[in-house]
Ligand binder design. Structure first.
Ligand SMILES: N[C@@H](CCC(=O)N[C@@H](CS)C(=O)NCC(=O)O)C(=O)O
Length: 219
């Protein structure tokens, strides 16, 4: 099984299924393709039916889209309990995962990862930092994320440090957000946080798997 990812330093979509596969204990190799530079799209088109990464090559098929790969993992590795055991928590875990997958365009565009218009490369993993965002759409996205983190941790967090207590797929989807918040020096207390959302982000950034991903990026 092979996971094809974009640049490990900044491909936020790629980090998600990589974290999920790690939590499954799955044996897989990683192939990194570049998402910038001359001719990169032609190279990408040779491996990717959608022209995007991540992709999972398994059982003679190529699966694409980070959410589809996460759902596939939950089916293939039921022992990994990738969705919360509690029924209501599971419904809401899917809701927040899908919201993360389909929304937050303000944050994504103003706090981009990868090369910006000036050629500066923003990464999830390095010590470099960028100025905080000011756009209204971005600030609304940050407030919504803080609200999700506080709400779910408050309701379901008693069993552990992750969003629904024990680790589940939403944690993979929110890890790149935590890295974006760190890189763009976003002070969550200025956006409705009482400390719960920041503590959750700190847990995500301190996952041993995220440290492993960071080490892969600096190889
Ligand atoms: N919804 C897709 C989005 C994938 C996506 O946008 N991937 C970016 C990389 S982080 C990409 O491949 N971009 C191609 C490009 O930059 O040309 C998913 O979840 O996998």
């Amino acid at each position: 099984m092979e996971l094809i990812v974009g640049n490990i330093a900044f491909s936020t979509w790629s980090l998600r299924p990589w974290l999920v596969l790690k939590r499954c204990g799955a044996a897989f190799t990683v192939r990194e393709v570049s998402l910038y530079g001359p001719g990169y799209q032609e190279q990408l088109a040779k491996v990717s039916p959608s022209g995007k990464v991540p992709l999972l090559k398994v059982d003679g098929e190529t699966l694409w889209d980070s959410l589809a790969i996460a759902v596939w993992c939950a089916e293939r590795y039921p022992h990994a309990r990738l969705w919360p055991a509690d029924e209501k928590a599971r419904w809401l875990a899917r809701s927040v995962t899908c919201e993360m997958h389909s929304s937050f365009m303000g944050l994504r565009s103003e706090c981009g990862m990868g090369p910006d218009a000036r050629g500066v490369i923003h990464t999830m993993v390095g010590p470099d930092r960028a100025p905080p965002p000011t756009g209204e759409a971005t600030l609304a996205d940050i407030r919504r994320l803080v609200e999700i983190f506080r709400d779910m941790r408050g309701r379901f967090g008693a069993r552990g440090p992750y969003l629904f207590g024990e680790w589940s797929i939403p944690d993979a989807f929110f890890t790149p957000v935590a890295a974006r918040f760190r890189h763009y020096q976003i002070d969550l207390s200025a956006h409705g946080d009482d400390g719960v959302a920041q503590a959750y982000c700190d847990v995500l950034l301190d996952q041993s798997e995220f440290h492993e991903w960071t080490a892969l990026a600096s190889r």
